[in-house]
Design a protein around this ligand. Structure first.
Ligand code: ADP
Ligand code: ZN
Length: 719
């Protein structure tokens, strides 16, 4: 038998199938070891056939093959689609479907030895053996290491006598052992029932569930998943952030026990490997995780849920730069199941497609139990400054915070900036401390008393004097979460304050620990970056303060209005989810801003009409496609010459079809250097996707090896 094999080397020059001979049968999707050049490589069997065009004496033999194919037929064909669509080597597309540790072979299955009771044997004059035997008899079996710890050599003696046996068995690592299932299942409300029915009855593949925060979308998802399982099928549940998964997982665990497996990058290598195996072997039937979970080896999928569909993290930022929605849609079509998108603030593009009838639109306009949405008060920070209040807290916020604490309730303060201060500025000469590897200013971190680069993580010693002029009038401008915590502690010495941002949430359990502490009322105030905005359900929170609502408005990005609306709505949605009504204080220097006003009024429709008209007038997505060809390189000359190469190719396209290009130019990327790499871009706004393929081809054809060239479609980050 002949196998067509893709060798697991992600390089365009070996990006084709090679024929190998196999003695025994091998199924497509299996990983194999094959001789390649002078060494042995891993590969994937793409297809099997009877004969090869390659002369028999030249054909090499497959050395080893795994029994059970790592990839099923669906995954194989999906990998082919991904490779073609995003123009990456097949090997790179195939890797998406495996936990990285399976490729490197660095993790092993873990085994544990158990001691099992076989039968009574004489133990005269050996009290330890008698005790050990009695122990095993009672338990049936126990971890051998523990038995040895308690009874020493007695176990060995019993094994010799035939009273006990040792057995080595595979154990699966269980991430989130701590996450106990706690959430009760609810009887569906009428609105939830309508949503479930709509999903099950529509002829359309994609359903957009537009439900305000606290409308009970999760219960709808869980019901749909339960129905899929009841029908003998499986489910994928995608969430945007790791910080969300422990909460979701605990609900899934409560309902589905160990049928739920978690897939995400925060797990240890071994855990990821085991969870993946449980999904492939069918012992787990629900995959929950961030975007990479869309590639899990489940078969017969009955429903795919993509929660918080508007979230930017669904776009991959490394090759292949896929959009999770596109992959999920392919899988839904292949499996004949529904793809359910959920959000309180759908992206403008998704909402447009729903309004136009491409997706089924289901709305849940009210919170569970008709709980009111919190009142949002816009506070004009310019007035505060005029009144001499230079602190990050308005008088109104301080008042409400005092009340909230006095009543024993909890508050969340949101600020989209971690660290202590944004920049360190010399007031004598205007010098700003910057990273040596990145074209960005450094952030002061008070806890470690150092300056940090938020792009590459490099730490620098704190400055005592300006390195440019020697002046000592250094000022810290812009407030970060650390500083907020310090100021709060001074204002409310008795309050217990928690901070949640990238600095406090390292490690798999980082988010979970903080969220757990807060939900167990071990803190009164939670201060955080956008991590605190997402999905969390804390019934005791009655006050949310948004300290600087303008921050995200002034980003040079066509999505900045949308982002701001989403962020304000999401953060506000954390308030008043329990019995008490909640409120939101939104601090801004631009209180008349239309977007903030729509957000404060929970007027998604109003926001949408405003925004879609703007996008149509300016010809921005979804009326056009923004495509950026990025060029990066450690050497400026190399990057520039690669830029020239790709630009010339693209320019020919531009010259031939100028009507397709609403914008076309090359330039520095907004951040000119990150992690030591120089960054350039060819920025294009296209009136259609007609020449997307040619653009990918142009980028792939750049011959320089010392520069990286890649394509981004409607990038969620234009820095
Ligand atoms: P969303 O995801 O739409 O923001 P959640 O799913 O978090 O909303 O639900 C909000 C709250 O309502 C949660 O505390 C949840 O336990 C509760 N809830 C959901 N469905 C029901 C129901 N049918 N009956 C009672 N409470 C419910
Ligand atoms: Zn840096």
């Amino acid at each position: 038998m002949i196998c067509e094999v893709i060798v697991d080397i992600a390089h365009s020059e070996v990006d084709k199938v090679f024929d190998y001979v196999s003695d025994g049968p091998i199924a497509p999707g299996a990983r194999v070891a094959v001789p390649f050049g002078a060494s042995v490589a891993t590969g994937f069997v793409m297809r099997v056939k009877e004969s090869s065009d390659c002369p028999a004496h030249k054909l090499k033999r497959i050395l080893r093959a795994e029994e059970r194919p790592a990839l099923n037929a669906e995954c194989l064909s999906l990998a082919q689609t991904v490779a073609a669509r995003y123009r990456v080597p097949m090997a790179l597309a195939l890797r998406l479907f495996l936990p990285a540790e399976m490729r490197t072979g660095k993790v092993a299955e873990t085994y544990r030895t158990y001691a099992r009771f076989l039968g009574d044997v004489p133990t005269k004059n050996a009290p330890q053996q008698a005790a050990c035997l009695a122990f095993l008899k009672e338990k049936g079996e126990a971890d051998a290491a523990e038995v040895r710890k308690r009874f020493g050599a007695a176990l060995g003696a019993l094994v010799k006598k035939g009273g006990a046996a040792l057995e080595k068995r595979r154990v699966l690592r269980d991430p989130y052992k701590e996450v106990a299932g706690t959430s009760p299942s609810h009887t569906l409300t009428a609105a939830q029932q309508r949503a479930v029915d709509a999903v099950e009855h529509t002829q359309k593949t994609v359903v957009l569930l537009h439900g305000v925060t606290g409308s009970g979308k999760t219960e709808v998802y869980l019901t749909l998943i339960a129905r899929a399982l009841a029908a003998g099928r499986t489910a994928i549940f995608l969430v945007p952030e790791i910080s969300l998964t422990p909460q979701m997982l605990s609900q899934l665990r409560a309902r589905f026990g160990s049928l739920a497996a978690i897939m995400h990058s925060g797990l240890s290598a071994g855990e990821r490997f085991d969870e993946w195996q449980r999904l492939r072997d069918g012992s787990a039937k629900i995959a929950i995780g961030a975007r990479s979970a869309v590639f899990v080896p489940l078969e017969n999928i009955g429903v795919i849920v993509l929660d918080e569909e508007h979230d930017g993290s669904y776009c991959s930022e490394s090759a292949p730069r896929y959009n999770t929605f596109d992959i999920a849609l392919l899988r839904a079509a292949h499996n004949g199941c529904k793809l359910v998108l959920g959000s309180a603030t759908p992206s403008v593009e998704t909402y447009k497609r729903a309004l136009e009838g491409e997706f089924e639109l289901v709305t849940m306009p009210d919170r569970i139990n008709a709980r009111p949405l919190p009142d949002v008060t816009l506070v004009d920070m310019r007035r505060e400054v005029r009144r001499g209040n230079a602190s990050p807290f308005s008088a109104a916020l301080r008042d409400r915070l005092s009340d909230c604490l006095a009543e024993g309730q909890q508050a969340i303060l949101f600020l989209n900036r971690r660290g202590y201060s944004q920049t360190v500025l010399c007031r004598d000469c205007g010098y700003v401390a910057k990273c040596e590897h990145c074209d960005v200013s450094l952030t002061y971190h008070s806890e470690e008393d150092c300056l940090k680069c938020h792009y590459c993580g490099t730490k620098y010693r704190m400055l005592t004097a300006c390195p440019a002029c020697g002046g000592t009038h250094l000022s810290y401008t812009g407030t970060g979460t650390q500083r907020i915590v310090r100021d709060l502690a001074a204002l409310y010495p008795e309050a217990r304050i928690l901070r949640m941002d990238n600095d406090t949430t390292s490690g798999k359990e980082g988010h979970f620990r903080i969220l757990k502490q807060f939900s167990e009322r071990k803190a009164d105030i939670l201060v955080g970056t956008q991590m605190v905005a997402k999905g969390h359900d804390f019934p005791l929170v009655t006050l949310v303060g948004i300290l600087d609502a303008d921050m995200s408005l002034h980003f040079p990005d066509y999505r900045s209005n949308e982002r701001t609306f989403q962020l304000v709505t999401q953060v506000a949605g954390r308030s008043g989810r329990g019995r008490e009504k909640g409120e939101v204080i939104l601090q801004t220097y631009d209180p008349d801003n239309a977007i903030l006003r729509f957000a404060a009024a929970y007027d998604y429709e109003g926001f949408y009409r405003h925004e879609i008209n703007l996008r149509a007038a300016l010809m921005f997505p979804p009326f056009a496609l923004i495509v950026r060809v990025m060029v990066t390189g450690a050497e400026n000359d190399a990057a520039l010459s690669a830029l020239r190469e790709v630009y010339e190719k693209l320019q020919r396209l531009y010259a031939a079809y100028p009507e397709e290009f609403l914008f076309f130019n090359r330039m520095h990327a907004p951040i000119r250097r990150i992690q030591g790499k120089y960054r350039y871009q060819v920025l294009m706004r296209l009136s259609s996707a007609r020449f997307l393929r040619e653009i990918y081809d142009a980028a792939a054809a750049v011959t320089r090896r010392d520069a990286l060239v890649y394509v981004e479609e409607n990038p969620s980050n234009l820095s």
